[in-house]
Design a protein around this ligand. Sequence first.
Ligand code: ATP
Ligand code: MG
Length: 415
Amino acid sequence: MRYYIPDYVRRAVGLLNSHGFSAYPVGGCVRDTLLSRPVHDWDITTAARPDDIVRVFGDAVCGDEGKKYGTVRVKVDGEMMEITAFRVEGGYSDMRRPDSVEFTSDLNDDLSRRDFTVNAMAFDEDGTLIDPFGGLSDINDRLLRAVGDADTRFGEDALRIMRALRFSSVLGFSLEKNTHEAVFLCRGLLRHVARERIYEEFKKLMSGRDAHRVICEYADVIAVFMPDITAAGEYSLAFACDTVSRLPADFHIRTAALYIAKGFPDADALADSFLCSLKSDRAARNKVSAIIKAASMLCDTSETGIKKAMALMGADAVKAALLIKQSMAKASRDEDGALLYEAASQKAEAVINSGECITVGGLAIDGRDLISLGFEPSPRMGETLSRLLFAVIEGETENSRGALLEYAKKLMGQT
Ligand code: ATP
Ligand code: MG
């Protein structure tokens, strides 16, 4: 059986071969080809050392910041690729990064340092599979199996525990028995892994097709960095996972859903401190927080209630919150509730499509108009514009320049 390898990858391999170095597409690109999934990066592993790679590719080299670990980035026919020298890893004293990397001339040594059998395969130049650890058979059985002894491999680098959970969620694979047990046995080592790296894997896990199954099955592992997951009892965990299973594959929506569905009264604060603990970016924290706040406001699903929630939290957060509410209703077999929130989602869609005013920016007047009425430029102006927006939403005034200026004058008179 010969698998497809794109021309630019063949060209890069051919160039290395013509200089006397063996070279092979390896890792994720091989796995995804066998799974008929789109391949996003074609990585190449080669007998060439980093200095040789730089010499062979000359002007095509785009970055050598990973050279110490053997990796050089190149661009061939406009496509970026990572070329990495065959390597084995030295000892691990911090359970994160090998103390040293040693280069080797043997492809098999390089494949044996890789994490899972499905990630430890390569293609030779004519597209034939090189598979020393039974990766193809594990792909057929939809299994993730550590290369070598699972405890040892997780002990060397505990990030592999997160990678196991992530691949399980994204690919819908189960963990082979020894690998499964080692994940639980070694889970405490996750405390030594950089929070940012856990976060990157957790985001991918949460966006995977099987996120709900993995969260439920490996809650005790996830609890090492997300203690909230096992708080509030087993029923709440099962309910939260059922809710997540009904939601689109979006990290922010699903994370917000976990906190909402677990019924925490202070869901917003808990979710925020969890995301902070993983050094999440502010944009992600804001998105999750807006969804949780919108959900708590959506007891009123009238058109006015929906518009007010949109004015305060943004239309996207409200749409996400309504989806979560609908999924929670379905998870608790509450058919009336599910219908109610489905209808509310349709109302929300209609509001967005109608172009009705749901933001201060949509008002027929702005801050300059208020200043011309004698307002001092100050933060209070923003407050006044928000009051005008709510007045429009509640039907107390039209959204026209004349009516709003009149209404603003009345507000000024009051204060
Ligand atoms: P994707 O890019 O789709 O997330 P991938 O398998 O390409 O998946 P990368 O993180 O890009 O994953 O790593 C490339 C390859 O390097 C993997 O397929 C695996 O062979 C190896 N690898 C990556 N991280 C580790 C690790 N922590 N321990 C051992 N091998 C690893
Ligand atoms: Mg990759």
